[in-house]
Design a binder for this molecule. Sequence first.
Ligand SMILES: Cc1cc2nc3c(=O)[nH]c(=O)nc-3n(C[C@H](O)[C@H](O)[C@H](O)COP(=O)(O)OP(=O)(O)OC[C@H]3O[C@@H](n4cnc5c(N)ncnc54)[C@H](O)[C@@H]3O)c2cc1C
Length: 487
Amino acid sequence: MLFPVRPPDDEGLEGSALSARTALRTAYRMDETACVRERAARGRLSAAERGATQQLARDLVTAVRARRSHGIEAFLREYGLDTREGIVLLCVAETLLRIPDAATADRLIRDKIGGAEWDRHLGQSRSLFVNASTWGLMLTGRVVRFEPDDGAMRRLVGHAGEPVVRAALLQAMKILGHQFVLGRTIVEAMTNAVPNEKRGVRFSYDMLGEGARTADDASRYWQRYADAIAAIGARATGAAVADRPGISVKMSALHPRYEFAKRRRLHNELMPRLVDLAQLAARHNIGLCIDAEEADRLEPSLDMIERLARDPALSGWDGLGLAVQAYQKRGLPLIDWLADLARNSRRRLMVRLVKGAYWDTEVKRAQESGVEGYPVFTRKVSTDVSYLACTRAMFAAGNRLYPQFATHNAYTVAALLAMGGSGTAFEFQRLHGMGEALYEELRARSKAPVRVYAPVGAHEDLLPYLVRRLLENGANTSFVNRIHDET
Ligand SMILES: Cc1cc2nc3c(=O)[nH]c(=O)nc-3n(C[C@H](O)[C@H](O)[C@H](O)COP(=O)(O)OP(=O)(O)OC[C@H]3O[C@@H](n4cnc5c(N)ncnc54)[C@H](O)[C@@H]3O)c2cc1C
């Protein structure tokens, strides 16, 4: 969708902010080759930067490989999405905890687990955890297949049967999910964060539970965010907002119709809720970052961030932030727009630069709606180039933006450090449960602070998040999937 007329919310926008917003809209489904050429021109590394990047990236990868592989990472590597069994696990993870009745759960398990060839994975990994899990899945598969000529299996099924298999798999999915969650409640998560905080690691808490379906859901999530902000604020230490913990907010959790076509409703119903949360965060002087979601939600999120940035009640608070997805063709113009907004509203904005977690969804949606182009790049390298161009633009914005680089890719980390941003304060960010070894190694080589994005919630709420992490870890284009592949 292009924007031939100026949408109503542009009233009051002037000069460079308006032209930056127009540039952003023009880039929505821009031709990929033309777009990458432009991004490459702004993101290209000099020979010296490239040399430094390669050296540091190689050192980091070698050091990470030399460490003993973390069980869960080895598990996700063995069951990547290029194996049938990896896809089976993804399906089970997505559905099993949601199925309310035992009979349907058993049928799902029989359908998915029973047909896969688990024994192919046996002994393939050096990790004991992976091989033990494979044995478990293999046995489960044989139990649910009820092989008639296998007397021992029949006896086992007779004794234990499907309830046991179901309970074991449910438990396994919860264990998998909890690798990525810091605590079930905000208090538990903050307590679990203490040892790392003592080592200087910062935290941003994310209350799991995206996608409100009803007004009641949205009110409940709002209350959860408000309680969490109060709890985080009460225990926060450090003077500057960047040194203190923060919170990440998903707007889709705050309104059941967080959609492009619902501008007026969002203005009247969602905006006041967001203002309340921002004022609460400002009162506690902690950061509040608006997470980036699907591409067609970007425009409404910009309307909101702009209103918050210009709200006099929030002046003097430097904790307002937004996540920007480099895989979107609008990523770079968005950085320019944010830099203009920060200047015009006389504040510093926190900007978390990510590559983007909804790639499969974006591609599928664009194909379903039969439009000509994609809002996201279709080649991984294009996204990487865009990330570097955005980095350059963030450093160029000086202290109008506080850059927060969220990546688990050693080459990206090394390139950012080589690009320097000398004189500009910035931080790295990683997800809880991922990238730990990389950032431990980086600690020995750089003083750049690191913040952990820490999901908080019970298992009912973690499924969409878990599925995104499985997609990320399992994709063979993904750095975390490839780092241990010596070829
Ligand atoms: C602290 C933190 C906060 C985050 N918050 C958000 C958020 O608010 N919103 C959000 O969307 N994501 C968020 N993410 C997730 C983030 O988008 C992924 O973790 C990230 O994309 C992985 O990038 P990488 O540099 O670690 O890995 P890499 O392996 O270098 O990059 C993988 C990424 O490349 C891109 N990619 C893969 N294949 C293709 C292709 N064929 N064409 C084009 N691009 C491709 C995708 O974005 C994919 O995720 C967050 C991540 C972190 C660490």
